[in-house]
Design a protein around this ligand. Structure first.
Ligand code: NAP
Length: 543
C-alpha cells in the first residue's frame, strides 16, 4: 500500500459496523469515553431490524420494557411503552428518540455498506472498503451486525417472472402496500410468517399460506400499557433489569425448577392453563425446566399445545396440519401469535401443505405446486435469514496471513466468548456467534456485550495496546463449552436457525449443525465474560 493510497482513507480509532440496536448503544459508550469512533451503516437510516422489518404485525415478542435500553435513567423516565409488546413503528421511533437525545447521528455514516475488510499486521489496523468505493482505516472494528439481518429467498424457477408485487418480509416497502381486495400468498410460517398472516388475514380478499413445516406457536397476550401502569413499570425498572440479569433467557420469566415429575399430569396441565394466558415467553421460559432436556416432559407439553391448536382451529384436518410432528414444543425458536390459528377459520384463508404438494415453480400469475396453480396478486416471502453468521459472510473479511473469515466459519463459527475470533485481531463482536445474544432476550445480551467490548477497547487505549487477539487455545475451550451446552438441549436435533439450518443457504441445509449461539444462559455467560475481564483478559493476547 503506498502512502498516497493510505492518505485517501479516513482513519478512526474505532469503526462500528451497523446502526441497529447494538450499534446505537455501542457508539454512545465509545463517544462518552472520548474515543474517536464512527458507525458505518449500509442502510439510509438507523434502526437495523426495526428499520427494515416493516411488515404488518412486526412487533417485539419480548416485553417492551425489558427490550428497551437500561443504560439511561432519563430515557427510562421519559419513554412510555404503549403496549406490552410494542410494534415496529413505535420501536423505530424509540431508537430514533434515543439516538437524537444523545445526538448520536453525527457519528453515523449512512449508505455506507462495508464490502471488504483487510487486516494489516504490520500496522495493526483494519482497512475497510465500502461499496461506494470509500475507504477507511481503523485500529479496532466492532461488528454490530444483526444476527438476523441477511434475508434469504428460495430459488424457485420463475420467481422473477411473477407479474404482481413480491418481496421478502425484510424488504416490505416503506410505501403502503395495497392488501384490500388482493389475493395474497405467504411462503413461510416462522415467527415472521405467523405475525404477518395473523394481521393481514382480515384485510385481504384471499390468503394462501404455503407451509412446508408447521411451527409451534403460543399466544403473545399483548395488552395496552396505560400511563399509570407505565409509571408502575418505571418504579420497578431496577428490579426488572435485575430479574432479567438473573434469568437464563434474559426475561422476567424465571424457569420452574420444582421438578416436572413432582407434579401429577393434572397439576401440570393446570399450571400450563395459567401459563398459556400469561405474557410472551412465559409458557416456555417459566415452564418446568425439564421440557428442554427430557423427551417425555417435552412430549407432554407438546401434546398439551397440540390440543390447544385443535381447540382453536375449526377444521380438524387443518388443525392437524398446523401441529408440528418433527420437533417438540420450544425446540425451534418459538413464534408468539395473536389469533394466528383463528385466521384459518376464515373462509378466504387456505393452508397449502407443501409437504403434500411442493412448490414446482412461480408463474406470471401465481404459484404452481405439484397439485394445482394458485392465482395470486402478491407474494410475500417470509422465508427467514442466513442467521448469525450471514452478516459476516457478506463482508469479505481477510485476517492474518490472508485467511478469510468465511473460510474459517464455513462449517461452523468458532469464537472466543462470541466476542473475538483467532486470526482476526482487533475485530470485536457485540452479538457475535456463540455469544448469549442469539439465545436470550437480545437487548439485554447486547448491553452486556457492548459494555464488555467497550471496556476492552478502553483498556487498550489506556494502556497503549494496539493488537488484541484471542488465542487458539482459548477459542478451542470456548467452542467446546458452546458444544457441551448445545448437546444438553433437546433442540440439538431440530431444524431451525438455532442449529444453523437454512434450506436456502448452501452448506446450511438439512443435516448440517452449526454451533451458532451459547445456550448456557445469560447469567453464566455474563459470569464467564466478567471473569475473563477480571483476570486481565486471560485467553486474549494483548500487545
Ligand atoms: P424462520 O423462522 O427461519 O422461518 C422461515 C420459514 O420459511 C419456515 O417456515 C421455512 O420452512 C420457510 N421456508 C424457507 N424456505 C422455504 C422454501 N424454499 N419453501 C417453502 N418454505 C420455506 O424465519 P422468520 O420467520 O423470519 O424468523 C426468524 C427469526 O427472526 C425468528 O426465529 C426470531 O428469532 C426472529 N423474529 C422475531 C420476531 C419478534 O417477534 N420479535 C418476529 C419475527 C422474527 P422450513 O421450516 O420448512 O424450512
Amino acid at each position: 500500500m503506498t502512502s498516497d493510497e493510505i492518505s485517501t482513507r479516513t482513519r478512526h480509532e474505532v469503526i462500528v459496523i451497523g446502526a441497529g440496536v447494538s450499534g446505537i448503544y455501542q457508539i454512545k459508550r465509545l463517544t462518552d469515553l472520548g474515543i474517536d469512533a464512527i458507525v458505518l451503516e449500509g442502510d439510509d437510516d438507523l434502526g437495523g431490524t426495526w428499520y427494515r422489518n416493516r411488515y404488518p404485525g412486526a412487533r417485539f415478542d419480548s416485553e417492551s420494557y425489558t427490550y428497551g435500553y437500561s443504560f439511561s435513567k432519563e430515557v427510562l423516565a421519559e419513554w412510555h411503552w404503549k403496549e406490552r409488546f410494542s410494534a415496529q413503528p413505535e420501536n423505530l421511533r424509540y431508537l430514533n428518540f434515543v439516538a437524537d437525545k444523545f445526538d448520536l447521528r453525527r457519528h453515523m455514516r449512512f449508505n455506507s455498506r462495508v464490502e471488504q475488510m483487510t487486516w494489516h499486521d504490520d500496522t495493526s489496523e483494519w482497512h475497510l472498503s465500502l461499496t461506494s468505493g470509500e475507504k477507511y482505516i481503523a485500529r479496532f472494528v466492532i461488528a454490530s451486525l444483526g444476527p438476523l439481518s441477511q434475508p434469504t429467498l428460495p430459488s424457485y424457477p420463475g420467481m422473477d417472472a411473477f407479474a404482481g408485487e413480491s418481496f421478502h418480509t425484510f424488504h416490505w416497502p416503506k410505501e403502503p402496500v395495497a392488501l384490500e381486495g388482493q389475493r395474497v400468498g405467504v411462503i413461510g410460517t416462522g415467527a415472521t410468517g405467523i405475525q404477518v398472516i395473523s394481521v393481514i388475514a382480515d384485510q385481504v380478499a384471499e390468503l394462501k399460506v404455503f407451509q412446508r413445516r408447521p411451527n409451534w406457536s403460543s399466544p403473545l397476550n399483548n395488552a395496552a400499557i396505560s400511563a399509570d401502569e407505565m409509571q408502575a413499570i418505571r418504579d420497578r425498572y431496577d428490579e426488572i433489569f435485575e430479574n432479567c440479569k438473573n434469568s437464563p433467557g434474559g426475561f422476567e420469566h424465571l424457569p420452574d425448577w420444582r421438578g416436572f415429575w413432582n407434579f401429577t399430569p393434572e397439576e401440570r396441565h393446570a399450571r400450563w392453563d395459567q401459563l398459556y394466558t400469561e405474557s410472551g415467553f412465559a409458557i416456555l421460559a417459566s415452564n418446568f425446566a425439564e421440557i428442554f432436556f427430557d423427551e417425555k416432559a417435552n412430549a407432554e407439553i407438546s401434546e398439551y399445545i397440540a390440543d390447544r391448536i385443535r381447540g382453536r382451529v375449526d377444521d380438524p384436518a387443518t388443525a392437524e396440519k398446523l401441529i408440528p410432528r418433527d420437533h417438540g414444543f420450544g425446540m425451534q425458536r418459538l413464534p408468539l401469535e395473536t389469533r394466528y390459528f383463528e385466521a384459518y377459520n376464515l373462509d378466504h384463508v387456505h393452508l397449502v401443505d407443501l409437504s403434500e404438494t411442493p412448490i414446482d415453480h412461480v408463474t406470471a400469475t401465481g404459484i404452481q405446486t405439484t397439485g394445482e396453480h394458485h392465482e395470486l396478486d402478491l407474494i410475500v416471502y417470509a422465508t427467514g435469514f442466513d442467521a448469525i453468521t450471514g452478516g459476516y459472510d457478506r463482508i469479505n473479511i481477510t485476517g492474518v496471513d490472508g485467511a478469510t473469515l468465511a473460510d474459517k466459519w464455513r462449517s461452523s463459527p468458532r469464537t472466543f466468548l462470541g466476542m473475538l475470533t483467532n486470526g482476526f485481531p482487533n475485530l470485536l463482536m457485540v452479538a457475535g456467534p456463540q455469544s448469549a445474544s442469539g439465545s436470550t432476550n437480545f437487548p439485554r445480551a447486547i448491553e452486556t456485550g457492548v459494555n464488555w467490548v467497550t471496556d476492552l477497547v478502553h483498556h487498550a487505549t489506556e494502556t497503549g495496546t494496539t493488537r488484541i487477539e484471542a488465542t487458539a487455545e482459548a477459542e478451542d475451550e470456548w467452542v467446546d463449552e458452546v458444544i457441551r451446552a448445545h448437546e444438553r438441549m433437546l433442540f440439538r436435533r431440530s431444524k431451525g436457525w438455532f442449529t444453523g439450518y437454512n434450506s436456502n443457504v448452501k452448506g446450511h441445509q438439512e443435516g448440517t449443525i452449526r454451533y451458532q449461539a451459547y445456550f448456557g444462559g445469560a447469567p453464566q455467560f455474563s459470569a464467564r465474560i466478567d471473569a475473563c475481564a477480571a483476570s486481565g483478559y486471560e485467553g486474549l493476547e494483548l500487545v
